[in-house]
Ligand binder design. Structure first.
Ligand code: GDP
Length: 445
């Protein structure tokens, strides 16, 4: 099958030391031949694959001096012939080189088109491609790890193994289907039950990792609440280490949600500082109160800040509102007074930045958990989770149906389970699913 040459700038479009422009398709080398003059004796047509050649890159209206490398199909990222130009990383330079490539007959690549071609050519599975985009988009170490698990085909390998087991079940059922009583023979019943049970258990253990995996990918949400003036904004600033929230001693200054993120042990934590939860006659502040109730409902952890120098009935009312949530109570302003409070998990001073490392540790322990290996295998994509849930439903149905329903009906459930699993690796993914995944990629990947 012929594939037209596509091209894109593969590095970020900004001033930088080096940039990479990539062409993939049937004949990228013939384009390179028309716009690259090597310094050495070897002509472009005779380039050895995977070797860097220095020379002059003839762009649209100017020249740059850089390198050219040829990847020969099928041993390339896309599985097609690829040529890369490594040029100086200026915006005008990269655009000029790309323009030249397009004028020589290549088409501008669409979002994720290189990776889509890699998928189509069997170089990686769909979940691996998703892991790749997760890694690229990730802003935290744990997000990179979650993406890498997918990218390196660990999930796909497990899914393929489960599909192979289901295939065995299907052939067993098929073999017995010719019997007039339309039921499994006793020996196959046992084998089928055992296999289906194992597949379901392995799906369940994957499903259990989803909550944490999603958290590792997207970050943990922490809602900071408390009555006005307890030091919520100051504490957020101290944690973020810069003055994002407005701090003042007029009660009710923080009227909108103020957000900021930090990394603790490689995991991203997204904080939302709220207006104090209290009734107010002020319209703007009322809006803040509504927003803060929303934050309370949607956060993985509530950080309730009490003012140690001013504990009142209002604190108790707010405490009653949030006490059933995943809650951490910090008593602030220990630089002025250290008053013991039986609701407190920790005592801090936002002003003096006192005890903040222990506060961070507590925040981590109360959300991610204690003693977890973040290099472990976690599901982090909603799409994979829902496919596994559907697969499990179908396989449980089949398991319960043994001896109760005709074999052909049983086989339909088993096959549906197989299909649902196949969506993860891409073996049974529809065109829509595939297009939707690659549309999230940037151009050039
Ligand atoms: P919020 O309304 O809960 O967001 O409170 P702010 O962060 O705006 O702080 C209210 C007042 O308390 C400000 O004057 C802060 O400087 C002061 N404050 C905040 N944290 C501390 C602290 O740890 N010690 C002392 N002494 N004052 C603090």
């Amino acid at each position: 099958m012929l594939n037209e040459n596509i091209a894109a700038i593969s590095t970020a479009l900004s001033a930088s030391g080096v940039a990479v422009i990539r062409i993939s398709g049937d004949s990228p080398l013939s384009i390179a031949q028309k716009m690259f003059t090597p310094v050495g004796k070897t002509g472009v047509a005779d380039f050895e694959p995977y070797k860097m050649y220095v020379g002059e890159i003839h762009a649209d209206g100017f020249n740059d001096f850089g390198m050219c490398v040829y990847f020969k199909a099928p041993k390339s990222f896309t599985g097609e012939d690829i040529v890369e130009f490594h040029c100086h990383g200026g915006i005008a330079i990269t655009k000029g080189i790309l323009k030249k490539i397009i004028s020589l007959g290549a088409r501008l690549a669409t979002n994720g088109e290189f990776t889509k071609r890699a998928f189509m050519n069997g170089k990686l599975s769909l979940s691996s491609a998703e892991g790749l985009i997760d890694m690229i988009n990730s802003e935290s170490e744990s997000g990179v790890k979650a993406g890498y698990y997918l990218y390196r085909e660990k999930l796909t390998n497990e899914i393929n193994a489960l599909q192979d087991m289901i295939t065995d079940v299907l052939s067993q059922v098929d073999a017995d289907m010719d019997f007039p009583e339309e039921d499994l023979e006793q020996t196959s019943t046992l084998a089928v039950q055992e296999t289906l049970t194992e597949v379901i258990e392995r799906i369940e253990s994957l499903l259990k990792t989803y909550r944490l995996g999603r958290t590792l990918k997207n970050g943990v949400s922490v809602g900071i609440c408390g009555k006005p003036n307890t030091g919520k904004s100051s504490l957020l600033n101290a944690l973020l280490d810069y003055d994002k929230a407005i701090v003042s001693d007029v009660a009710g200054t923080t009227r909108d949600i103020v957000e900021g993120s930090i990394e603790i042990n490689g995991v991203r934590f997204n904080f939302s500082d709220t207006a104090g939860i209290r009734e107010s006659g002020d319209k703007v502040e009322e809006l803040g109160v509504v927003l803060s109730k929303k934050v309370v409902d949607q956060s993985d952890l509530i950080l309730l800040v009490l003012d140690g120098s001013n504990l009142t009935e209002d604190d108790e009312q707010i405490y009653e509102l949030v006490k059933d949530k995943n809650l951490l109570v910090a008593v602030n302003k220990t630089d002025i007074v250290v008053k013991k409070d039986n609701r407190a998990d920790i005592y801090v001073s936002a002003l003096k930045k006192d005890n903040l490392d222990n506060l961070k540790k507590l925040i981590y322990d109360k959300t991610v958990g204690i003693g977890l290996d973040l290099n472990g295998d976690f599901l982090c994509e909603e799409r994979h989770f829902s496919a596994l849930v559907r697969a499990k439903e179908k396989l449980v149905c089949a398991l319960n149906g043994i001896g109760q329903v005709p074999l052909d009906i049983l086989a339909i459930d088993v096959k549906d389970g197989w299909d649902a699993l196949g969506e993860i690796s891409g073996r049974t993914a529809t065109e829509d699913i595939i297009n939707n995944i690659f549309s999230k990629f940037c151009v050039g990947k």
